[in-house]
Structures are given as structure tokens and as C-alpha cells.
Design a protein. Structure first.
Length: 159
């Protein structure tokens, strides 16, 4: 339920559905995942429930700030700050009952896919986005069992 571990779990969930678990991720890479066909994916996660005591449900907010790329060959960051991926997958642990929440129960997650170019066009340098603002950008909302098929469909655009 903690933010850091939930983010790692969300990356694992997406990586497992597209069969790229054999490629370890570098923590400071410019994006989180890369499909076998080269589609670059940024994973963001959020939840209504947290590991600490809550008096109300948390607001769903994602970090979307443009970043500079780390160049391992020069050991320096690029000067240009951009969104590095082709798509974002926003993973929401949407279950709202703390007594029955189970992050390993994939039916409790919702996934929203949005092409990075839409973020670049509509929210340019914005650093974060709420779920309600994200929905105004018309992402593709899916459940886990549809995730692989949708990513493969999007990949065809980027080949």
C-alpha cells in the first residue's frame, strides 16, 4: 500500500503482461519500460488508500513533469527537459475499502493509457495531473486483462 512499493508493483504488473520481465530496469532510465518492439512506456501509479491512517480517501494525482535524460556514457544529464516515453500508463489501485484492498488482486486496478504527445500538446510543462484532469484528455481506460492487447495495438502506430 505504500507509494514507493505500489509504483514498483505497477511496473511489474505492466511488464508481466507484455512479457518483458527478463530485462532488468535501471532506476534512472529515462522511461520505465520498453517493449520488445521498442515502445517506450512511463508507468505512474496512485491509490485512494494509503498505508497510513486516513480520515478520507486520497486524491488521485500523478507526476508527469518533463525530465532530463541521464547519459551513462558521459555520466551527465541532458540539458533538455522532455517527456521521454511514447506512452504513459496510469495505474490506479481503485479499490476503496481498506479492509478488503489487495494490490495483488488485478481486478482492483484500473489502467489509463495516454500517448505522450497528448500530454505534450495539452499540458505542456505541467508537473502533475489529477485523475479528473487526465480523464478530460480522453485516455483509454482498461482493466488488466485488456492491457496486453491495447499496448500491442498502440505499438503498431510506432513501428
Amino acid at each position: 500500500m505504500g507509494n514507493a512499493l505500489r509504483g514498483v508493483l505497477a511496473e511489474f504488473i505492466v511488464a508481466s503482461t507484455i512479457d518483458i520481465l527478463d530485462k532488468p530496469r535501471e532506476e534512472w532510465d529515462a522511461y520505465d519500460l520498453k517493449t520488445k518492439n521498442g515502445l517506450k512506456i512511463e508507468i505512474k501509479s496512485s491509490s485512494y488508500l494509503q498505508s497510513w491512517e486516513q480520515t478520507e480517501l486520497s486524491k488521485i494525482i500523478f507526476g508527469i513533469q518533463p525530465t532530463s535524460n541521464w547519459d551513462y556514457s558521459t555520466n551527465k544529464r541532458s540539458k533538455e527537459r522532455i517527456r521521454q516515453s511514447d506512452i504513459y500508463i496510469f495505474c490506479v489501485l481503485s479499490h476503496k475499502d481498506k479492509n478488503s484492498v489487495d494490490p495483488l488482486n488485478l481486478s482492483q486496478w484500473d489502467f489509463y493509457i495516454l500517448e505522450t504527445k497528448i500530454l505534450n500538446d495539452k499540458v505542456t510543462v505541467q508537473k502533475s495531473i489529477t485523475l479528473s484532469s487526465l480523464l478530460k484528455l480522453h485516455p483509454i481506460k482498461i482493466k488488466y486483462d485488456e492491457l496486453k492487447k491495447e499496448i500491442e495495438h498502440i505499438e503498431k502506430k510506432y513501428r
